[in-house]
Design a protein around this ligand. Structure first.
Ligand SMILES: *[C@@H]1O[C@H](CO)[C@@H](O)[C@H](O)[C@H]1NC(C)=O
Ligand SMILES: *[C@@H]1O[C@H](CO)[C@@H](O)[C@H](O)[C@H]1NC(C)=O
Ligand SMILES: *[C@@H]1O[C@H](CO)[C@@H](O)[C@H](O)[C@H]1NC(C)=O
Ligand SMILES: *[C@@H]1O[C@H](CO)[C@@H](O)[C@H](O)[C@H]1NC(C)=O
Length: 621
């Protein structure tokens, strides 16, 4: 072999080696494939992680979130077929310990290659009505997939019967050569929950985000992860319970569950009794903490009497006959507050400080809204002053996918902190700026519009009493990881059935410029049609990809002017193209777009009664 041959063959070897290791370094992330049970998209790891590691078998770790049926060391160990003593040791708890619901539990498994894929086996007895998807996603929380279950058990999904045992392959993997060279000894299959980012999960385990991305075949450009999927976290040392300690539900309000250190009373009924007492004490404490806070605010407000009627009207108790005795009144007040406190978490200020790195600018999202990490999940934490009980009460009553969820509250030195579900993709308005050339597709836009309409319809028709949002705008519509819209900011929301069905009038005009309906601006009339008008403006923004302020630059009086060339001129179709967001590059069905333009035109009618109801809108969308 001469010199050049030697060089070229060395080169080939090197190339092969590096090409192979690129492939070997990663397990393609599953994305949304796990929800499509009929398809085995083998460009993802839907059937399992490929046996591409240096070992056929290794120690690996999983995470699991305690759920009512599987919430103790013995029950989780049994479900996942692992050694209970190793499980308790890894989580630094007693062998018979019980976990709080949703608490993250670390699970040590032996991961082995079975044919093509790595897996840790467990077995599971089918329960009534189980489907492969339900078992994989709900019972095992995404630690397996319907496709893998089907492949493993060679049993058609329709032949599942109660009591039958199936093998459940749990998703695990062993480090590749590259990872091993980097000092990685273990891979942790981390169960993603909503609102999480690769960086957040990596930080939790002290791992470089780039390494986690690479381990899952993701990149900074393509780093979207979905709930109920596994993300591989490459670890140099075994994970420790202190790394997931943030996932323990906060100590206050007191947990309903007895701590593991409490010795079990001998009889079962005794135990129930203890739980009951702890439960009652717990809720009394929550109620009193919460009650005291609001109580103090309430009386302070009443003493100050800064805003005579409006501020105290926010409290149901004051709307009762005024000659009622003060103590009876406060009893009503206590009742309404304690009912709120039972379904909302009351966080201590310290917990929120810890969640937001002491409200550091790095965690600031916008205005007074911070991103915090609570129990391993992101949350939006909003600092507010003044009276927020109305918003809290409303949000506490509603439970709808398209209305932002309030998960907890806190109070510190005169300020309220409201903890909301976190919407990964931020406010809709951000998407009009085309940061990084990202923009929404036509289908996403229609989905967002119908999400907003669904949320408003719920607010208008199904809350009791019905409410008007009053401040719908593109900053108050948030997008989650799947670009589903959630309406937020209910600070101005008003119930509509005040004054015996008469619509309320106000002299105090508040809202966002550009979105306020003419009758509201002129007469202060509050009806659901206010939201319909704002919805029309919002739709116009969605269609054109321009923010409302920019839209007003092009017209003399009203935005509905913009629609005239499309709806009433002969070359309407061409004019439509000029109206539509240019980033869509014509990628939209023009007939449908035309219908949407007509809908917007109806929403923007000057006369409120000529506007459609949210229900009508929803149907036409
Ligand atoms: C993916 O599936 C197709 C069809 O089932 C098969 O031909 C192909 O080899 C598979 N690819 C991998 C990487 O397993
Ligand atoms: C898991 O179970 C399957 C089917 O029962 C079996 O073929 C496979 O070898 C097992 N794998 C391990 C790692 O035990
Ligand atoms: C997957 O399971 C979770 C947890 O039980 C559930 O909230 C979610 O809706 C399930 N996903 C689907 C698509 O059913
Ligand atoms: C747990 O087990 C320990 C020792 O085995 C025992 O002392 C303790 O009372 C048990 N606790 C509970 C809550 O069962």
């Amino acid at each position: 072999m001469n010199y050049s041959q030697l060089v070229s063959s060395t080169c080939t070897l090197l190339c092969l080696n590096s090409c192979c290791s690129v492939i070997l370094a990663q397990q393609p992330y599953i994305k949304k494939a796990a929800t499509l049970c009929d398809s085995r998209d083998n460009s993802t790891s839907v059937l399992g992680y490929t046996c591409n590691g240096i070992s056929q078998s290794c120690r690996a770790y999983l995470t699991f979130r305690a759920q009512p049926q599987f919430d103790s060391v013995p029950t989780i160990a049994k479900l996942l077929a692992v050694d209970p003593s190793q499980l308790s040791e890894l989580n630094s708890v007693a062998q018979n310990a019980t976990f709080d619901t949703d608490q993250m539990v670390l699970v040590p498994v032996t991961c082995s290659c079975s044919g093509q894929y790595y897996q840790a086996n467990t077995s599971y007895a089918i329960q009534h009505d189980d489907t492969y998807f339900f078992i994989a996603n709900n019972t095992f929380q995404g630690l397996s997939t319907c496709q893998a279950l089907q492949a493993q058990n060679r049993n058609p999904a329709r032949n599942l019967y109660s009591g039958m045992r199936i093998t459940v392959p749990l998703r695990c993997a062993c480090p590749t050569k590259n990872q091993n060279d980097d000092g990685v000894k273990y891979l942790l299959s981390y169960l993603v929950t909503s609102g999480q980012f690769v960086s957040l999960i990596s930080n939790k385990f002290g791992v470089n985000t780039g390494n986690t991305l690479r381990a899952n075949g993701l990149s900074e450009q393509d780093d979207t992860i979905y709930p109920f999927t596994t993300l591989l976290v490459p670890l140099q040392d075994p994970p420790s319970s202190s790394q997931v300690v943030g996932s323990t539900p906060p100590p206050s309000p007191p947990s309903y569950r007895t701590p593991p250190s409490v010795p079990p009373p001998s009889g079962g009924s005794n135990k129930t009794w203890v739980y009951a007492v702890v439960g009652v004490l717990g809720s009394l404490i929550i109620a009193s903490v919460f009650g005291t806070i609001i109580f103090c605010m309430f009386f302070r407000k009443r003493k100050q009497k800064a805003e005579p009627a409006s501020s105290s009207h926010n409290f149901e108790s004051v709307q009762k006959p005024l000659n009622k005795k003060e103590d009876e009144e406060s009893q009503d007040f206590w009742d309404s507050i304690s009912s709120i406190a039972q379904s909302l978490k009351v966080y201590t200020f310290e917990e929120l400080k810890a969640a937001t790195e002491d409200f550091s600018p790095a965690c600031l999202i916008k205005g007074s809204v911070y991103r915090g990490s609570i129990n391993g999940d992101f949350a939006a934490i909003k600092k507010m002053n003044g009276d927020v009980t109305k918003e809290i009460k409303l949000l506490n009553k509603i439970n709808h996918f398209n209305l932002i969820r309030l998960s907890g509250v806190s109070f510190n030195e005169g300020d309220w902190y409201l903890v909301y579900e976190y919407a990964t993709n931020g406010p809709l308005s951000d998407w009009f700026h085309k940061i990084d050339k990202k923009f929404l597709s036509w289908n996403q836009r229609v989905q967002i519009a119908s999400d907003i309409a669904t949320g408003l319809n719920y607010l208008h028709r199904y809350t009791s009493p019905p409410h008007v949002h009053k401040d719908l705008n593109s900053n108050n519509v948030l997008l989650d990881g799947d670009f589903r819209a959630k309406i937020a900011n209910f600070g101005l929301a008003r119930s509509t059935d005040e004054q015996e069905g008469q619509f309320a009038l106000t002299r105090h005009i508040v809202g966002t410029k550009g979105y306020m309906a003419p009758e509201y601006l002129e007469n202060g009339l509050i009806t659901p049609k206010l939201d319909v008008y704002a919805f029309g403006i919002l739709m116009l923004e969605i269609l054109t990809g321009k923010e409302v302020a920019l839209l007003y630059e092009g017209v003399n009086t009203e935005l509905s002017e913009m629609l005239i060339p499309v709806l009433h001129e002969e070359n309407g179709k061409e004019n439509l193209r000029n109206l539509m967001d240019s980033s869509l590059q014509g990628n939209y069905p023009s007939n449908l777009a035309l219908l949407v333009v007509k809908l917007i035109d109806h929403c923007l009618k000057k006369e409120p009664s000529h506007r459609p109801s949210m229900d009508n809108i929803l149907q036409s969308l």
